[in-house]
Design a protein around this ligand. Structure first.
Ligand SMILES: [Zn+2]
Length: 186
């Protein structure tokens, strides 16, 4: 399991292994460090090993997207790399996910490539009853939101520019935008 990134200022990659049924069978030390740092005791290794990856993925469309990517790696038998975002309310985190076959398992590594400050603070809450008209769609992969039909933009651009907001809370439904969807089976 890798422990260090190239840049010592960025956190070490979090790495975990999935079995053939997408059950988490191992995680690295950085995983636990990340869970502790983010005050998420429910994510420490003893609590996640043995659970299905799908139980940590929000939204049916996102679950399908993840499934497609994993199946694709199993089918082609070669590593793939995908860029995505894992933002905090104040920080854009540009991430890379690498998935590679490891015997019968898959090894998934997530690392921060760079970070950038949000121009306004944006809190996202996943809607309990999705698909209502007032709920904004957010892409689980690139983090953008659908500002209007088929127009996907950076959330801080939208809220800072449109509303002059400094700190907003947005109810969202997680999905995958068309641009990211197109990369699922590449
Ligand atoms: Zn997207």
């Amino acid at each position: 399991m890798p422990k260090n990134t190239d840049d010592p200022n960025l956190p070490s990659p979090t790495v975990y292994m999935l079995d053939r049924k997408d059950v988490i069978v191992d995680v690295n030390d950085a995983w636990n460090a990340f869970a502790t740092h983010n005050d998420a005791p429910e994510l420490i290794s003893e609590r996640v090993i043995g659970n299905s990856l799908a139980s940590y993925v929000t939204g049916d469309i996102t679950k399908m997207y993840v499934q497609t990517v994993l199946q694709n790696v199993r089918m082609i038998g070669k590593p793939i790399h995908r860029h995505y975002r894992c933002d905090s309310p104040t920080l854009k985190r540009y991430m890379e996910m690498s998935i590679k076959p490891d015997g019968k398992n898959l090894q998934l590594a997530h690392k921060v490539i760079r970070t950038e400050d949000m121009t306004c603070t944006v809190h996202f809450n996943a809607a309990l009853t999705p698909s209502e008209p007032q709920i904004t769609k957010r892409c689980s992969s690139c983090g953008r939101v659908e500002a209007q039909k088929a127009v996907w933009v950076e959330a801080d651009d939208l809220y800072a520019a449109k509303h002059g907001a400094k700190d907003v809370t947005v109810m969202v439904e997680y999905t995958i935008c068309p641009v990211c969807e197109a990369t699922a089976s590449q």
